[in-house]
Design a protein around this ligand. Structure first.
Ligand code: URP
Ligand code: ZN
Ligand code: ZN
Length: 464
């Protein structure tokens, strides 16, 4: 139970409107959005939000916590990842339960779910199917019933998480009937492996050649194939970390034909480009799909304004420099992924709201409301309407600051945004009505994280 609080004097930004309002909170929930100056009951604490935006806390739909792939495990646990999240204004993460080879999806999900209590904020989980067998339909049924209706699949990473087309089709078909949805990483593995083999023969397989080893064509081909499966089944599908405008446009065209198909982009694909692979530390930017050329990045970012991008995630993967450097001579053996749960909101706000004219409401839609909708968490998360959990980022829209890894809280020793000066950051962050971060200081480190049982996706319609 949290004490009553009123947040006064700020401008509330929801996904569809933005206006001055006082936010009343009690028992961990928003109780009212009221005219500025509305009297508060005796005993209500006041937080001054003059000059601030008052936002629903961010919902990160794509966040890997303690993720094992190949020889590497990313370095954070729930306490560390969610501490970094709340410093960055994100108050809900959606993690993945990726089975280890031979592990059943439901077993992986139950093991990962048990970790949620270590978090400073709430979390939900995507389950994951790699191989099909006769037990999978029952596992999917129990996963959806247990609040895990979204299931991650991959068309790449052979021998780890890659699923074949039959498995994708059967999983999609089963989930469609259960109110679930496949969320999928699309890169055509045969094209990637062939390209990597040719690159290695030419001595171009180190981190500095990352972009060439995973061509845009591989993403386009895989998205087209998975869309065809989804359309033949009339099954919903959500594409994670789409990195090219072409891929986004394939999904948008399918949506116009009536398919429930959605695009997630992630912050690094919207901001950083493949010029970083020519720099001094290319391994720090190795992720899948790779960073793309500047015109592709700009083409992708234009879809923030067209509405064709549904959500922005972080694809947070907390490897450190030693892990990244250890296999830098061969991208096939490298740990893929970038740390980003803490920087997602500030970087996107700075580049596209402060620096690019994106409306604040669209920012909230992309980073909080739509991620909550797509994951069966709305309207408990992603909004400040009465009844929602009081997870709130009081955001200073004009704070100028320079990102440097020593000031961040992620369990790593670098950030891909090192030295970037940005505008906007959270000043105060509340989780469940309690202040957890204020002026850059952790005010409450008590782990109160809950695993969120998500609603079936069919009952949480997305606007896009
Ligand atoms: O490079 C990435 N994205 N690593 C994390 C795993 C995944 O593919 O999402
Ligand atoms: Zn992926
Ligand atoms: Zn990922």
């Amino acid at each position: 139970m949290s004490d009553p609080v009123v947040i006064r004097g700020g401008t509330v930004a929801e996904a569809s409107w933005c206006a001055p309002a006082d936010v009343f909170v009690a028992d961990g929930r928003v109780t009212a959005l009221a005219e500025p100056g509305t009297p508060a009951p005796r005993g209500t604490a006041e937080i001054d939000a003059g000059g601030m935006l008052v936002l629903p806390g961010g919902v990160d739909p794509h966040c890997h916590v303690g993720f094992t792939s190949g020889d590497f495990t990313s370095l954070d646990d729930y306490a560390q990842c969610t501490t970094a999240a709340v410093f960055g204004g994100t108050t809900t993460i959606v993690d993945f339960a990726i089975p280890r080879p031979g592990q059943a999806p439901a077993d992986a999900a139950h093991a990962q779910r048990a970790k949620a209590a270590g978090g400073l904020c709430d979390s939900a989980l995507h389950a994951c199917v790699v191989d099909w067998d006769e037990t999978v339909p029952d596992q999917l049924r129990s996963l959806v019933a247990d609040g895990m209706p979204t299931v991650k699949m991959f068309t790449t990473y052979r021998g780890e998480t890659m699923a074949d087309e039959d498995t994708i089709l059967r999983t999609m078909s089963t989930l469609r009937d259960l109110g679930g949805m496949v969320v999928i990483h699309c890169e055509a593995n045969h094209i990637i492996e062939d390209t990597q083999t040719r690159c290695s023969h030419d001595g171009r397989i180190g981190a500095e050649h990352m972009a060439a080893t995973r061509p845009e064509l591989a993403e386009t081909a895989s998205v087209a194939e998975v869309l065809a499966i989804a359309e033949s089944l009339k099954a919903p599908v959500y594409f994670v970390h789409q990195s090219t405008p072409e891929a986004v446009e394939l999904v948008a065209a399918a949506r116009r034909r009536g398919l429930a198909a959605y695009t997630e982009s992630v912050a690094h694909h919207l901001v950083l480009d493949d010029g970083l692979y020519a720099g001094a530390a290319p391994e720090r930017f190795v992720c899948c799909p790779p960073l793309r050329p500047r015109p592709v990045v700009d083409g992708l970012a234009r879809h923030l304004a067209t509405g064709e991008i549904t959500t922005i995630g972080s694809d947070h993967c907390c490897y450190d420099v030693a892990q990244k450097e250890s296999r830098r001579s061969d991208v096939r053996a490298m740990p893929n992924g970038l740390p980003g749960v803490e920087t997602r909101l500030p970087v996107i706000f700075s580049e596209f709201v402060a620096g690019g004219g994106l409306p604040v409401s669209r920012f909230v839609e992309l980073t909080a409301a739509n991620p909550a909708r797509m994951n069966g968490l709305y309207p408990r998360k992603g909004t400040l309407m009465p009844g929602a959990d009081a997870d709130i980022a009081i955001w200073d829209p004009s704070a100028r600051w320079t990102i440097t890894s020593g000031d961040l809280h992620m369990a790593t020793d670098y950030t891909p945004y090192e030295g970037m000066t940005v505008t906007g950051r959270p000043r105060t962050v509340l989780v469940g009505g309690r202040v957890v971060v204020h002026d850059g200081v952790l005010a409450d480190a008590t782990p109160r994280g809950r695993h969120l049982a998500a609603n079936p996706i069919t009952s949480a319609p997305a606007r896009r």
